[in-house]
Design a protein around this ligand. Structure first.
Ligand code: MRU
Length: 347
């Protein structure tokens, strides 16, 4: 069965509820903004591009039943929905990209009737979904050129079907290389504390028939020291104008290790992940999440001393100097990043 992480179905947002994986493949219908916000917050839907689509559909959800009689009233309601969704998670650029596209659609159609504007808003959200499908396949196409037959690749978090609409960014590169007939071995870092690597990526890769091996996050150095990793492929939540890239916590340490062991380190992301208004990684807001994610196993079994202080950032920033190339839907970007990003990314 072909998976689609997020869609608009029967007047609701339909998502794969990722909190059930790998135990069950369950879908969840979200019929109001509050349940969407909550689903984003607790990572039932997650991954930068999927968040962009969710946010855009969410804006439509927020206004579709509005009784606004004119543009002004509709705009007030739309802005309210945007503000609310923007408060869910701060780091993924795509979420804000989705929100901005919806606002622009509204503003560009001021003169139309409210019912017509609502139709256009749904159309726009659906366009974001379709564009992601294409963008991921383009990332896959460009990225696969960097992959050799028999490569052993290390990845972190989940950057596949479940993080996008139906293909993936870093995992999309792996899928595309496989479609080209290359045999690959993929090592997946479990991705503490929420285990996106072990729960989601191993599930996805196994479904696709890819040779996958799970490791704990602290085993990556040993693998590299033993010469068992040929490439590292990761996704991104936000990329600054100079190429500094925010991604799941633990990505930066992989980049440092890759540098030491002289292993190519690739970031894969669509143009919608770039934030050209941010000069460098210092400007990227890093989400901090509840300490209980670290002290308890999925909020249940306690794993640490009662009352211990916790530091739980969800993302870190890899400086561009540690990145061998950024694989985008517009092509492959290499150093000097400042210049090549400006040339290639037209958003
Ligand atoms: O906290 P998450 O699971 O939303 O974090 C996701 C990641 O860090 C991904 O690597 C990133 O969003 C890129 S997904 C194509």
């Amino acid at each position: 069965m072909k998976l689609q992480t997020i869609s608009w179905s029967k007047n609701k947002i339909k998502i794969i509820d990722q909190s059930w994986l790998p135990l069950k493949l369950k879908y969840l219908d979200l019929g109001d903004l509050k349940s969407l916000w909550q689903a984003i917050k607790v990572l039932k839907v997650r991954g930068a591009p999927a968040l962009g689509a969710a946010a855009a559909l969410g804006v439509y959800l927020g206004v579709k039943d509005s009784r606004a009689a004119n543009f002004r009233d509709l705009r007030i309601q739309l802005d309210k929905a945007i503000l609310y969704l923007a408060s869910s998670r701060p780091t993924a650029r795509n979420l804000f990209y989705g929100l901005e596209r919806m606002r622009r659609t509204l503003l560009n159609n001021k003169e139309k009737r409210v019912t017509q504007i609502k139709k256009l808003l749904l159309q726009e959200a659906r366009a974001i979904i379709e564009e992601d499908k294409i963008a991921c396949r383009r990332i896959g196409f460009y990225g696969a050129k960097l992959i050799q037959d028999q490569d052993a690749i290390l990845t972190i978090c989940n950057t596949g079907i479940l993080a996008t609409i139906d293909y993936g960014t870093a995992l999309g590169v792996i899928y595309s290389a496989k479609e080209d007939g290359k045999a690959l071995k993929v090592f997946v870092s479990e991705t503490r504390p929420l285990m996106q690597g072990s729960r989601l990526t191993t599930w996805e890769l196994k479904r696709k028939g890819i040779d996958v091996t799970l490791i704990c996050d602290n085993m990556a150095a040993t693998l590299m020291q033993q010469g068992r990793i040929r490439k590292i492929l990761v996704g991104a939540d936000r990329i600054a104008a100079n190429g500094d890239s925010a991604n799941k916590i633990g990505t930066y340490s992989l980049a440092v290790l890759a540098h030491y062991h002289k292993i190519p380190f690739y970031v894969a992301a669509p143009a919608s992940t770039f934030d050209l208004k941010i000069k460098n990684g210092r400007g990227i807001i890093i989400e901090e999440r509840p300490g209980q994610e670290v002290t308890r196993m999925f909020f249940k079994q306690r794993l640490a001393a009662r009352g211990v202080k916790v530091f739980n950032p969800a993302f870190d920033v890899t400086p561009h100097g540690l990145i061998s190339a950024i694989i985008t839907d517009q092509g492959i970007i290499r150093s000097p990043y400042q210049v090549s990003i400006k040339k290639l990314i037209k958003r």
